[in-house]
Design a protein around this ligand. Structure first.
Ligand code: ADP
Length: 249
């Protein structure tokens, strides 16, 4: 942390859905700085504004008022197309429901973002195989989602999110559909991507056991940030149940 430009900065961001009598303010002035390499768990009750904040951070939606700076550039002034370019270049997304294309192999699912980028087939194949190996799915390239377990499907989704080498991974309840063991495996994977590759991870979760892997916990309440605290002893891979301090880079 320092006075240098943070990777991400929200300045007094508000978001209002609808107009007039039906207007609803989902974010009521959010200030947030995220440094490159951070691992932030976003928590809070249903309806507190977490998804709205993630949609804003993920450049899917624009704030109603306030500023969003990404690498110092003002996102709130960008057009829809410009935001799409920024997403493709810098962001990767992982969802609770995996969102894989059915009847499409793991390999082809992972290649998709590269296809959108117009990368040639040979490069796409090589990058997808590498990403699948990185999530522990060596040898599963030609299996479709219906032949994979939930944990494996989420691994494919993570491979798809990292195949473009993003700066930031935005994960919306990535373990919400998984049992405890699979959830811990997915969290260990996110932890490694954060620590080994320096990918900034922003993750919404309801589960304190999963937030325990993060290095910082931000809590939303009623459209505002209720707390923002470092996690002094994040869980490390292989240490469920006994928190340990990871190596500080
Ligand atoms: P969370 O992710 O914490 O459950 P959300 O950000 O999804 O919270 O929602 C915050 C509030 O904004 C909720 O009251 C929700 O009903 C409202 N909201 C979310 N999206 C829309 C929308 N597209 N139109 C109107 N209201 C919305």
């Amino acid at each position: 942390m320092g006075t240098s430009t943070p990777l991400i900065e929200l300045r007094d961001v508000t978001k209002t859905y609808g107009t007039g009598r039906l207007a609803f303010q989902a974010l009521k002035g959010v200030n947030l700085r995220i440094e490159q390499g951070d691992f932030v768990a976003i928590m809070g009750p249903s309806g507190s504004g977490k998804s709205t904040a993630m949609n804003t951070l993920g450049c899917l939606d624009r704030p109603t008022t306030g500023e969003y700076l990404f690498k110092g550039a003002h996102v709130e002034n960008l057009s829809r197309d410009e935001r799409a370019l920024l997403r493709r270049k810098y962001l990767g997304f992982v969802f609770q429901g995996f969102h894989l294309l059915p009847r499409t192999s793991a390999q082809e699912n992972v290649e998709l973002p590269l296809l959108y980028r117009g990368e040639p087939a040979a490069q796409r194949h090589a990058a997808a195989r590498k990403a699948l190996a990185a999530v522990g799915l060596d040898g599963w390239e030609h299996h479709g989602p219906s032949e994979l377990s939930g944990g494996q499907q989420q691994r494919v989704a993570i491979a798809r999110a990292i195949v473009t080498e993003p700066l930031v991974l935005l994960a919306d309840e990535p373990t919400g559909n998984l049992d405890t063991q699979r959830s811990n495996e997915i969290m260990e994977l996110l932890w490694r991507l954060n620590v080994d590759r320096g990918i900034t991870v922003l993750m919404v979760t309801h589960e304190p056991d999963m937030a325990a892997y993060s290095r910082r916990i931000v809590r939303f309440k009623d459209g505002r940030m209720d707390s923002d605290e470092p996690n002094p002893a994040p869980l490390m891979p292989g240490c469920q149940g006994g928190a340990a301090q990871p190596e500080v880079r």
